[in-house]
Write a protein that binds this ligand. Sequence first.
Ligand SMILES: [Zn+2]
Length: 349
Amino acid sequence: MQMFFYLLTFVFLFSGEDPVDQYSSKDQKTVVCFIYHRFDDSRYPSTNTSAKDFESHLRYLAENHFQVLSLSEAFHYLRSDEPAQRTAVITIDDGFRSFYENGLPLLKHYHMPATLFINTGTVGAGDYMSWQQLKEAMHAHIEIGNHTETHPYFLNQPSSTRYAMLEKEIKDSQNRTRKNLDVTPAVFAYPYGEFDEGMKSVVKKAGFVGAAAQFSGVIYEATDRFEIPRFPVAGTFSDPANFTEKAMMKPLKITRQSPENTLLSAGDLRPKLTLSFFADDLQIDQLQCFIQGGDCEKEITANGKEVTVTLRSSSDISSRRRTLYTVTVPDKAGAWHWYSHLWINNHQK
Ligand SMILES: [Zn+2]
């Protein structure tokens, strides 16, 4: 009898068809990351989220059994062997006092962590949280991230000085945070969500585990950790229905893209973007594209299982500083998949 049991075990172990091995749970892991700035501060409608809306966001995450992590924890989760589960990250940029007054109490109530990116040069001044308030936030499981010392527009600097300036801003900010809070931030957020390849290299070299951008999208295992997408949930995007839609969003996994860069070349008024991805169970005929400030011209071709879509704005986008090209497509189960590409015209204010 016992021999029979061993034999069964042997057959099971060596059959080579263990479903867990066939499909690593890492492949299925996704993380939605949200970006907030101000809370219940109606002076700045486009970057404000009301406490009422924020409360409804947190309640939604709690009621739908999301795992809520800090950004550093999310990087760890994506690489770990932990089972896949619905996961969200809440990030807050700039360290405004309205977060301390109207946002932090709600996070504490729901026992949820978040990542707060601070500009160390303005801590304690005007509208910004003090070091003491930041310490209190840390006790409530708020991770402190680096958002530079003075929050400049790096892309307005000539490339000859841009990278040295970023390096210095990062170093000064790390030192000041270490001195005042006794922690060394492990994550970075680009001021205004603006970056180029050189800036990414500087951030990597500075030893961060990842960096948050400000275009929208869903994080998955293959996402570039130094270009982390985040969904804005302020202003008109803060209503609960929009939050729910973004919380359930899936990534559109791009396999090839041209061009890769974000900076608009001079005179390129209607840049063309080509994206390729696998059709899998996506309903390609339902694909939509959106371009801020204009209509989207799209052309779709299929080559076996690979789909290539070329997007182009029907109007001049160069009058805007930042423009997103966004593609969404539903799968056969009805879930939407999202990808955005950011264009920056650094000659615009
Ligand atoms: Zn900022």
